[in-house]
Ligand binder design. Structure first.
Ligand SMILES: NC(=O)c1ccc[n+]([C@@H]2O[C@H](COP(=O)([O-])OP(=O)(O)OC[C@H]3O[C@@H](n4cnc5c(N)ncnc54)[C@H](O)[C@@H]3O)[C@@H](O)[C@H]2O)c1
Length: 355
């Protein structure tokens, strides 16, 4: 059985803890949380209790009890936890964003590359985005032309997130673009290929220095496709995390307003249809109440995939998405911040030929 150390026991650490307990309870993984750590010891103890695990008051003590480090600290805590886990040769699950600065993101990527790891860009496991990726990859609807991606969320220092660190640029690295839309940039590159350059504008309407609450990014892909991403943190408390994506191909419009199962609405010259994704076939074996079912499914599926790979392949296990997928998204986000600082000037993305 794989022993998991859960590092960081706040909002998402608790979601992962719940999803892992559900998977374990249903006999769907050969893994269990055996240790927890959080500088807030009450949080570590609360999560540990659900697993009969050891709540530790030091990072090192928790990692010493584990085969896998499950890193869910706020963003600025990832780099230290990853380094300590790598020093012990542990497999690593690291939440997104990798780190506040691009230099730290590159350091984490260098440390995890070639080792068993996975990054918490969980939307790559959502059937609805697999459907969009397939629509482009298959060529069924002709060449992709453009995408309009909108991501909005209430400013997440309140409500169910309740995290003050998201207003602190040293801990978060920025606002809505890096913290929330790192998912979107990753998805856009997954579906449309590498981004060559960006043009971006940001604003800080709520006055937290370095924490943009609006980012509008024009993305020029190596393929020649041009797309836009609009990312907003507002004060509409009924909208915790909402996305709308429109993908135009030569012969079809595909759009969705749900970031898990869809449906994807497909319009071609032949008519209109809906494509609804299916959750994993084992999902009925989980016992989460209906109100949590979607969140649990979104996190349980990638967690199970990673743990199954570790059980099956050991040190050769490859998680999905990888740290290089995440780094590629960070390079785009970093270029967008530099473009915004330069008043929206075009900025090439490192690793891509300037266009
Ligand atoms: N993949 C996703 O969909 C998703 C969703 C939400 C959050 N996240 C990411 O997860 C991370 C945590 O977000 P959250 O919403 O849980 O925040 P949170 O504030 O609820 O929890 C963060 C926890 O980390 C703890 N912590 C801080 N430094 C630590 C350290 N060095 N070692 C151990 N614990 C430490 C804090 O005490 C706190 O309990 C962030 O990077 C966030 O971007 C990812």
């Amino acid at each position: 059985m794989l022993r998991i150390a859960l590092i960081g026991c706040g909002h998402i650490g608790t979601v992962h803890s719940y999803a892992l307990a559900q998977l374990r309870g249903a006999g769907l993984i050969d893994a269990s949380v055996t240790a927890t750590f959080d500088p807030d010891l009450d949080r570590a103890a609360l999560v540990a209790e659900h697993h009969q695990a050891l709540a530790c008051d030091q990072l090192e003590a928790a990692l010493d009890e584990a085969d896998v480090a499950w890193i869910c600290t706020w963003t600025a805590g990832h780099v230290e936890a990853v380094a300590a886990a790598v020093e012990r040769d542990l497999a690593v699950f690291c939440e997104k964003p990798l780190a506040p600065t691009i230099e730290e993101c590159r350091t984490i990527a260098d440390q995890l590359r070639g080792r068993p790891h996975q990054v918490g860009l969980v939307l790559r496991h959502a059937p609805v985005f697999a459907c969009l990726a397939d629509a482009v990859g298959s060529g069924r609807y002709g060449r992709p032309m453009t995408m309009v991606f909108r991501d909005d969320q209430y400013f997440p220092i309140q409500g169910m997130y309740g995290s003050t660190w998201r207003a602190d640029v040293a801990k978060a690295g920025g606002g809505t673009l890096i913290e929330h839309s790192i998912h979107d940039v990753d998805l856009m590159q997954w579906i449309l290929g590498p981004v060559a350059g960006v043009r971006a504008r940001t604003s800080e309407m709520f006055g937290y220095p370095g924490i943009e609450d609006v980012a509008v990014v024009g993305l020029d892909f190596e393929s020649g496709v041009t797309a836009t991403l609009t990312s907003v943190w507002h004060q509409v408390m009924s909208r915790p995390s909402t996305r709308r994506v429109e993908l135009f191909c030569e012969d079809a419009l595909l759009w969705t307003e749900d970031d898990y199962l869809g449906p994807v609405h497909l319009e071609t010259s032949s008519g209109v249809e809906e494509i609804t994704g299916l959750p994993p076939e084992w999902i009925d074996r989980l016992t989460a109440p209906e109100v949590f079912a979607k969140s649990v499914a979104q996190y349980a599926e990638p967690s199970k995939a990673f743990l199954d790979a570790l059980t099956r392949d050991g040190t050769a296990a490859e998680g999905f998405p990888s740290v290089d997928n995440a780094l590629a998204a960070h390079e785009v986000v970093d270029a967008a911040y530099r473009s915004a600082t330069a008043g929206g000037a075009p900025v090439p993305v490192p690793g891509s030929p300037a266009r």
